[in-house]
Ligand binder design. Structure first.
Ligand code: SAH
Ligand code: DHB
Ligand code: MG
Length: 223
């Protein structure tokens, strides 16, 4: 049992539980053709994000790290009429493709895509009073996750959720002496989440088509 089995099981889960969808499948095809790195959430994970947003009754979502907009589409589709999603992306090429994918999904009016460094964008959102957001999905450059987490705490409502992707990184999270800046970022993030008053967090390890990784679910007290 290893990565081949994990991929086969992910394929099985997708076949059984994730209905084919022109906008989502088209976004993946277009991303592949454009040569984007294949680091979008896997389909079962995309559906998980969608279900989580619905369970939370989210009306406002903030995403850090758009890529081609695949996770964006899953999340935006969970919103009720009048709902709003803001997504942040550094790379203009990724953003251009995401815009096209979101337009094809009929979501251009729901999603606001801001191009630039997420640290700057998050600070700007705070200054603008753009929050509060019901759900934040952090999935950009891994080394900056502690910063994104801190800034997200200012933008998420009491009772809101922060979900952080790629926190285990093949177990590098706990490897002494790892030089992986991303893994070090995730370690720092765990320390922050564990010590911060007013938040409850847990991390779930995952295997699948994207290998061995995990996500952290953070619930902000209140509401
Ligand atoms: N959430 C997407 C995948 C995001 S991949 C999905 O699951 O479909 C991570 C993205 O973060 C990449 O597109 C990368 O360009 C972007 N990124 C990297 N550094 C960034 C930064 N400093 N600010 C904003 N986005 C950044
Ligand atoms: C990477 C980024 C991701 O969001 C992901 O899910 C997997 C890998 C990366 O930058 O390597
Ligand atoms: Mg990710």
């Amino acid at each position: 049992m290893g990565p081949e089995t994990w991929t086969a099981v992910d394929d099985y889960i997708t076949g059984q539980l994730v209905e084919p969808d022109p906008a989502l499948d088209g976004a993946l095809d277009a991303s592949r053709q454009a040569g984007l790195p294949p680091i979008h959430v896997a389909p079962p994970q995309g559906k998980f994000l969608h279900l989580l947003a619905r369970i939370a009754g989210a009306r406002t979502v903030l995403e850090v790290g758009t890529l081609g907009g695949y996770s964006t589409i899953w999340l935006a589709r969970a919103l009720p009429p009048g709902g709003r999603l803001v997504t942040l992306e550094l790379d203009e090429g990724h953003a251009e493709l995401a815009r096209a994918n979101l337009a094809a999904a009929g979501l251009s009016d729901v999603v606001e895509l801001r191009v630039g460094r997420a640290t700057d964008a998050l600070a700007a959102l705070d200054e603008e009073g753009a929050g509060p957001f019901d759900l934040v999905f952090i999935d950009a450059d891994k080394a900056s996750t502690p910063t994104y987490f801190e800034l997200s705490l200012k933008l998420v409502r009491p009772g809101g959720i922060i979900l952080v992707d790629n926190v285990v990184r093949d177990g590098a999270l706990v490897q002494e002496g790892t030089g992986d800046e991303g893994a070090l970022g995730m370690r720092r993030f765990h320390e922050l989440a564990g010590h911060r008053q007013g938040v409850q967090a847990t991390t779930i390890q995952t295997v699948g088509v994207k290998g061995y990784d995990g996500f952290t679910l953070v619930l902000v007290d209140g509401a």
